[in-house]
Design a protein around this ligand. Sequence first.
Ligand code: ZN
Length: 309
Amino acid sequence: MAAAGDTTNGSLVGLPEPLMTSLTARSLLHAVLLVGTPTDTARAAGFVARHLLCERPADAPCGTCRACVQMAASAHPDFLEVGAEGLKTADVEAVQDWLATKAHGGRKVYILYGVDHMTGVAANRMLKTLEEPEPHVYAIMTAKSRQNVLSTIRSRAFAYDLAPAGPYTSTDPAAAEQLHSLLHATEDPSFDGFVDQMIKWTKMWLVERAPAWTLAAAWQSLSEQLPAEDSLLLLAEWLREVLNVRANMPCGRFQDWEQAILRIAPILEIHQWAEAIEIVLECRLRLQSHVVALLNFEQMCIRLREVSS
Ligand SMILES: [Zn+2]
């Protein structure tokens, strides 16, 4: 899968401009602290790690070099991440043991998740490592707030606040809660079925290249399971997830369907996925102004056909 590796990827994950600039210039300091929500910082930390390790700096993360492929397979020998379930002393020791081994390639990168919840003992152990940085070794730390990070740790890293979620990270704040409840309605057996049918529908559009009216009718019958607005919200979020994967970011909400996403993502370019999301959201807005649903879906599908032609 050839994915674009330009700097817009950085803004997709909310990386602040100065951080993106030093990444691109390959002048990043040995330790950075990313401050934001756990989801946003995890996404951004992964991006920074892939950028640092990519073998094609001009194009990083290119998604196709050996390092990028190893990262995608969670099998890069010079990358380590710890603390996803709380940073403990044993995690710090694991990092130190791993740092003591020789790098396979040019750089070693590790992520420490949630350094604001690190135990005092773990933090003290970590300090020594941060105080005596080795060349070509990068520490990426994440935290929800700067204040809760021990000042001794904080003073040894360059802190960046992540930009608030960009247009590709969520639909709109008002819809977020609604979506959350939709996606958590797992006791409702129809939900899994809905996503599977949405995948089928996406294939009808992009693989089988069904005509717009067929697509519209299919979406109409699919959305009988849910209020039309909710079904379009799910479709927009689904496409957004595909876009994110296209931009080399990990799956989030739809990770149970990762295999399908990986097959679908390369079909369109990033800007085409972005355009498709806009079309779906516009269609959803029009529903609110009481346009007849099927007509509205037809318009949406005609425009989606154009995006992919
Ligand atoms: Zn690469």
